[in-house]
Design a protein around this ligand. Structure first.
Ligand SMILES: Cc1cc2nc3c(=O)[nH]c(=O)nc-3n(C[C@H](O)[C@H](O)[C@H](O)COP(=O)(O)O)c2cc1C
Length: 247
């Protein structure tokens, strides 16, 4: 308990050290780097997905956590739509001191710390594996195509069966530096709050295309970070959600 209280105290605004932004240090990149020679997969226009349900009140009212999915695959247009709804970049702006994105979700200081990793099991036109969404390019990057990646991520999520059976499991990895640059010790709070907004948009967007989703925070941090190939120091898995067509 004392560690928690220590963090709470240290992250109060009046106790924060001078931020890297205030020190005039350069801001971290908007997106994690990737091999420029990697083959990227284009995603269709998210607007090419035509949601069946668009009545906002019905969507909010019917939303629930769904853990049973049908065998039906998602289309690439549906995946593109879900990615747009959760992390879609609307604008990239530049001032003298910073570059920032505006997206379909809010984020403290518009720092947008997340990279969306996707465990893909059933999406038309994509082989199974772990991918990363490049939100700026609206493309996918294959991160890990090995046969056991589903098992490793399922195991890391305490063997929750809906991970294994999902059409797609979204995993939001926080690239801490983006938020830390502006908020120092307060960043951890903001990153977790940001994650809630992202996942809620996934819940609502899923509902509109007859998909179910379920948030996941019960996982082994070290196993999950290892399965995703992130170090757990500069980047860490903050939140996940399984998704599939409603059974
Ligand atoms: C932060 C958070 C973590 C959660 N983690 C899990 C999880 O690891 N596994 C799971 O099956 N459900 C998880 N859930 C889903 C909750 O169990 C679910 O939201 C709750 O039972 C209420 O049901 P409803 O979403 O259908 O309204 C999580 C939800 C939240 C908000």
């Amino acid at each position: 308990m004392s560690d928690w209280k220590d963090y709470y105290e240290a992250s109060k605004n009046q106790n924060l050290p001078e931020t890297d932004q205030k020190k005039g240090l350069p801001q971290p990149p908007l997106q994690m780097a990737y091999d420029p020679k990697a083959q990227l997969i284009d995603l269709p226009d998210p607007k090419s997905c035509d949601p069946e349900q668009t009545d906002f009140l019905s969507i909010v009212e019917s939303r629930e956590s769904r853990r049973l999915y049908s065998e039906q695959a998602l289309t690439l247009a549906e995946l593109s739509y879900l990615l747009w709804m959760t992390q879609g970049v609307k604008t990239v702006s530049k001032t003298e001191v910073k570059t920032y994105t505006r997206r379909t979700v809010p984020s403290a200081g518009s720092r947008h710390p997340f990279e969306t990793y996707l465990l893909i099991n059933r999406v038309e036109g994509l082989s199974q594996g772990l991918y990363r969404y490049l939100a700026l390019e609206r493309q996918l990057l294959l991160v890990d195509g090995s046969a056991d990646v589903n098992q490793r991520i399922t195991d890391a999520c305490q063997k929750q069966r809906h991970v294994q059976n999902s059409a797609v499991t979204f995993c939001w990895v926080a690239d801490i530096a983006r938020t830390y640059w502006r908020y120092s010790e307060r960043s951890f709070r903001y990153i977790l709050l940001d994650a809630g907004h992202v996942c809620q948009n996934l819940y609502l967007a899923a509902e509109s295309i007859h998909c179910g989703t379920c948030a996941i925070a019960a996982y082994d941090d070290d196993l999950l970070n290892a399965a995703l190939g992130v170090d757990g120091v500069h980047q860490f898995a903050a939140y996940l959600a399984t998704l599939g067509k409603v059974a």
